[in-house]
Design a protein around this ligand. Structure first.
Ligand code: KE4
Length: 431
């Protein structure tokens, strides 16, 4: 029987000094209830908490740990690089190599700027689109999350959906008035917004495969239709690939969907767990970024040597292992099939959405194609399922509004153990 005494004590203590005891809201277990387990270390596919409990990890730090935790080459690279200082605030050759590597692995990226988070990447891309077009408004989709910059905190996913925060205090009307929203997969709604705001829209930003309302796939023709609208209307098409970039394949969602973005935002995987984000795109647009142009964007630690060597080492590993994505996707399909079998046996309605190594289970009798469907699912049951799995040593994202992320350190024995834990959990919950 697992005990959590140390996590309970640590959570009590943490709340004395950190808001909600966590440095990012989704970690607080607020929607699933209970006390968050405090993690002490991790290796490969396994997390170890402050009470010595081991978990099979399906968060992978919300995406970055795609090779598994404490991947030797990344750890060694960071250790060696740190010997030469952790940051200079001056240009380095490594930043050139990182930019060249990103450009060689993806498409439509002539120039790329490193930042320190996905939030910075998305907010900078939006500012650039506005500066480039001279327009103010932009379209985002309900349930998509692009980080916590003011303009994006309107009907956003991830923690805002988890905590049902529909309007965020502190976001002024002046900001939110320029944020237009509509349902994911609703191309007609986008057409109506574009007609109603002719010539006023700078950008459409999308999670091309959504991961912040659970995993939700674009319907056939949806992203293609957005591309057509952006081309016709002179709107900058921004792919937020903070989750999908270098996870769905080296070329990310642009390659998977075969749709070209004008600007692409990266994060998570490109930092290998270090604080890294990036945004890039066509020279025509990126040349407006300071110091080339007047769209100002900056960062003390942007491109710092530790973050760069971690991300560079990971990306190089992915680039040099052409079988990597096939292996990881096959593991995800295996998990999908196993979960489908045990879920079907319960008779409880469910939907599993999956693309590549992004997957989520929704306890829903209808397909989950947008935020409303995700919100209408039996998420109270998901919360019970989460805890039943946690007690059995399976660490899922603590919210129905998050995608699960697989890492390639997972073995088929781990996947079988996960499927068995799901069967036991569902038997317990559906008894
Ligand atoms: P960060 O600023 O958290 O590095 O990235 C923001 C971001 C941007 N775009 C997408 C598609 C994202 O998923 C994210 C961050 N994802 C969340 C999990 N859904 C990070 C976890 C957290 O907020 O603690």
């Amino acid at each position: 029987m697992k005990t959590y005494n140390n996590s309970i004590a640590l959570f009590e203590r943490a709340q004395q000094s950190i808001p909600g005891g966590v440095n990012s809201p989704v970690r607080a277990f607020k929607s699933v209830g209970g006390t968050p387990v405090f993690i002490e270390r991790a290796k490969g596919a396994y997390l170890y908490d402050a009470d010595g409990n081991q978990y099979i990890d399906y968060i992978a730090s919300w995406g970055p740990m795609i090779l598994g935790h404490a991947y030797e080459p990344v750890v060694k690279a960071i250790q060696e690089k740190a010997e030469g200082s952790t940051s200079f605030g001056a240009p380095t050759e490594l930043e050139i190599e990182m930019a060249e590597l990103i450009k060689s692995m993806t498409r439509n990226v002539d120039l790329v700027r490193m930042v320190s988070s996905g939030t910075e990447a998305c907010m900078s891309a939006l500012r650039l689109a506005r500066g480039y077009t001279g327009r103010n408004k932009f379209i985002k989709f309900e349930g998509c999350y692009h980080g916590h910059a003011d303009a994006f905190l309107v009907k956003a996913g991830s923690g805002l959906a988890t905590f049902d925060i529909q309007t965020v205090p502190g976001i002024t009307a002046g900001v939110s008035n320029d944020t237009l929203t509509c349902a994911y997969n609703d191309l007609d709604a986008v057409k109506q917004l574009v007609t109603a705001h002719k010539g006023e829209i700078a950008a459409i930003i999308i999670e091309p495969i959504a991961g912040n309302m659970g995993c939700i796939l674009p319907q056939p023709g949806f992203v293609e239709g957005l591309r057509h609208i952006c081309t016709e209307e002179g709107i900058v098409f921004i792919f937020d690939e903070v989750m999908t970039g270098f996870r769905l394949g080296a070329g990310g969602a642009q390659a998977t969907l075969n749709v070209d973005a004008d600007l692409v935002c990266y994060g998570k995987v490109i930092g290998a767990g270090m604080p890294v984000g990036a945004f890039g795109g066509k020279k025509e647009i990126m040349s407006h970024i300071a110091p080339l142009g007047n769209v100002y964007q900056a960062g003390t630690l942007s491109g710092n040597p530790l973050a760069m060597i971690a991300g560079f080492t990971l990306l190089q590993t992915l680039q040099n292992n052409p079988d990597f994505y096939r292996e990881l996707d096959a593991k995800t399909e295996y998990l999908h099939k196993g979960l489908e079998t045990v879920l079907t046996a319960t008779g409880k309605p469910f939907v599993i959405n999956r693309l590549g190594s992004m997957i989520s289970v929704h306890f829903s009798a209808q397909p989950v194609t947008d935020f409303a469907c995700a919100a209408a699912s039996d998420n109270a049951f998901f919360n019970k399922f989460f805890h039943a799995m946690l007690r059995r040593g399976i660490y899922l994202p603590p919210s129905a509004f998050e995608s699960w992320f697989l890492n390639n350190a997972l073995t088929y024995a781990d996947l079988d153990a996960t499927i068995a834990a799901a069967q036991e959990s569902l038997t317990e919950l559906c008894a």
